[in-house]
Design a protein around this ligand. Structure first.
Ligand code: 4AD
Ligand code: MG
Length: 453
């Protein structure tokens, strides 16, 4: 049976007759034998395989080149070479799949831009292996976090007929041909349908029965913003809690971010070393900082005052009532507070219809959690649980109550104060790894003009 290199290299004592399978990173030839570095993606490290020219299969050594796949049986023995504890003395070598000289991932460093053009092969590089292992471990940590707190994992639909964020940035799903707006009632679902931008509305229905729930799934946005932080398809984690207000929602968001930073530290140690060395020298310091320092909270109105007093010429001037731009968010967290900061109580007009109207009648119980280097990683709110007020909110945002009938019903039958948030999983990964572009934390990124793979 195959032994993963991760387990092999953690061995406490020599072992005879182990089977290792993976891809060749490099081969060096000496007199009578060769050194082949093999990696199987189970960890960052490669195993050094020593191949004597006389063993069965050694006759194919010339084809054991970078990128080829091999199957090796051998004995794990202490390595005389510096920097590695073990090496594998091969007793049998099998060339499984050769890779010729056109294999594009050679040993020299490649630019991230180039690697995006070979998204099918880049997982075999050290950096992307580390990113995708980290993605897996953190996904596990997300589930652990919520499961330990008795949140119920719910699956909300990917195809939806309501625009949760009311921002109209949805991809249309249709089986119609030609003019798809002429007779939407003849479409597959009998009405216009889209890819979901958020599972929140359905999560609210589930929270109003199961108390605490969370989603973790793909969401889609047809925003034409070609930034390093926006993807057309990304994964969102959306907890939703019944009998909950904005303050408790902000508490959960902070606890969650701290737990994820700790998980990065504890569960991804080897890969974190690579990020620190090759991606972002500050990454480890940032994790410590996030785990240890208290997060800050500031109402939107005060955040605007801070920005106006900043004595900065921002590209977008700061205006009360307007959206905070990424440069504003970054100023608040990186320069003013020097800590993650949650901005709350935003103006009603710039936030979606479902947010709860505050006593002042002008702001809503919204919150955005901002982190250094990224800006917004979490957006959430307390939801409008009062029937009349929700209907008023819909009218205020020029939405048709009939389009949200089932959602409004939740306020008609046993309504409760409830709150939740959405965390962009890729933005969290960027923050925790230091990787600067969202395209590099998703195996096959979808951005405007890009869906080749
Ligand atoms: O702030 P947003 O739009 O909030 C919602 O969708 C709410 N329904 C969430 C809720 O309360 N249940 O999005 C939530 C988060 C953002 O903070 C950001 O991290 C991420 O989703 N996000 C994106 N990530 C990558 N690419 C995009 N285009 C993103 N748009 C939002
Ligand atoms: Mg938001």
């Amino acid at each position: 049976m195959r032994t993963l290199i991760k387990h092999l290299l953690a061995a406490k004592e020599p072992r005879a007759g182990v089977l290792v399978q993976g891809w060749v990173r490099t081969r060096r030839d000496a007199k009578g034998f060769s050194f082949v570095e093999v990696n199987d993606g189970s960890c960052l490290a490669h195993v050094q395989v020593v191949v004597d020219a006389t063993i069965p299969g050694a006759e194919h050594l010339a084809e054991v080149t970078t990128g080829a796949s091999v199957s090796v049986v051998g004995d794990l023995v202490p390595s005389p070479a510096a920097g590695q504890q073990w090496e594998l003395r091969a007793t049998r070598l099998e060339l499984v799949g050769p890779a010729d000289a056109t294999y594009p991932l050679q040993k020299k460093g490649h630019s991230l831009e180039f690697l995006r053009t070979i998204a099918h092969l880049r997982p075999r590089s050290n950096l992307f292996g580390a990113v995708f292992r980290t993605r897996s471990r953190l996904a596990h940590a997300v589930h652990r976090f919520f499961q330990e707190r008795d949140f119920v994992y719910v699956h909300t639909p990917i195809i939806t007929t309501s625009d949760c964020e009311g921002a109209g940035e949805m991809f249309r799903v249709t089986t119609l041909r030609g003019d798809i707006d002429r007779a939407p009632e003849r479409d597959f679902f009998g009405r216009r349908a889209y890819l979901t931008v958020s599972g929140q509305l359905e999560a609210e229905a589930l929270a109003c029965a199961l108390s605490n729930v969370y989603t973790f799934g793909p969401t889609f946005r047809a925003e034409n913003s070609n930034t390093a932080r926006h993807a057309a398809e990304f994964w969102m984690i959306e907890p939703e809690m019944a009998f909950c207000d904005l303050a408790a929602d902000m508490d959960l968001a902070e606890t969650f971010i701290k737990a994820m930073a700790r998980a990065m530290w504890e569960d991804c140690a080897e890969d974190l070393g690579l990020f620190e060395k090759f991606v972002d020298r500050e990454v480890r310091r940032r994790l410590e900082f996030v785990v240890e320092r208290p997060f800050q909270r500031v109402p939107y109105a005060e955040a605007v005052e801070i920005l106006q007093r900043a004595g900065r010429s921002f590209e977008f001037p700061v205006e009360p009532g307007a959206h905070l731009q990424s440069e504003h968010e970054r100023y608040l967290t990186e320069e003013h507070f020097r800590a993650p900061v949650t901005v709350f109580n935003y103006p009603r007009a710039i936030k979606p219809f479902y947010m709860r109207l505050n006593e002042d009648g002008r702001t809503v119980a919204a919150m955005d959690l901002l982190v250094p280097g990224i800006g917004e990683v979490i957006g959430g709110s307390q939801r409008e649980e009062r029937l009349d007020q929700l209907l008023d909110n819909l009218r205020f945002h020029h939405l048709e109550p009939a389009d949200y009938a089932w959602y409004v019903d939740l306020r008609r039958y046993g309504t409760v104060p409830h709150a939740g948030f959405g965390l962009g999983f890729e933005r969290l990964l960027m923050f925790l790894t230091g990787v600067g572009n969202i395209r590099d934390v998703i195996p096959f990124a979808r951005t405007p003009g890009h869906a080749e793979f």
